[in-house]
Design a protein. Structure first.
Ligand code: 2BA
Length: 109
């Protein structure tokens, strides 16, 4: 058995959890914070048999692809010619950082 920990973008969390549950995986969502950006992210933990690890990793990779997205810079963070104005910027979102750990023991009591 393995414990898969996947740190993913908050936006991807509910879609992938629905999909994993439908496929028969048990999953727990943790609200986490990245140490570098100090921004919220989501960590999913999933205990899974060795045989199903490749399937799980494929799902995470497919559902959490990094992609470009347009967003507006917060008007409070930009000061153009002394007037505040939001403007669009392209940012990269998504992706996943995945750890696969061995499980010595698994019990439900
Ligand atoms: P990623 O490498 O894609 O990491 C996304 C988030 O995954 C991280 O958020 C962190 O929460 C987690 N993570 C990644 N690698 C990890 C590891 N080895 N152990 C534990 N958790 C891990 P943040 O820490 O906020 O980092 C956000 C992004 O900033 C990173 O994206 C990376 O592109 C960049 N970054 C992180 N640390 C950096 C550093 N020391 N110098 C420069 N850029 C850094």
């Amino acid at each position: 058995m393995k414990l898969v920990m996947a740190i993913i973008h908050d936006e991807d969390a509910f879609d992938i959890m629905d999909y994993l549950s439908a496929k028969g995986f048990s999953v727990t969502k943790l609200a986490t914070t990245g140490g570098f950006l100090r921004a919220g992210n989501t960590t999913l933990i999933c205990g899974v048999t060795d045989e199903r690890v490749p399937e799980l990793l494929e799902i995470i990779e497919a559902k959490c692809k990094s992609r470009k997205q347009m967003t507006s810079v917060n008007a409070l963070n930009v000061n153009l010619n002394e007037s505040f104005a939001p403007y669009p910027v392209e940012v990269t979102v998504g992706g996943a950082t995945i750890f696969v750990l061995p499980v010595d023991e698994f019990r439900k009591v």
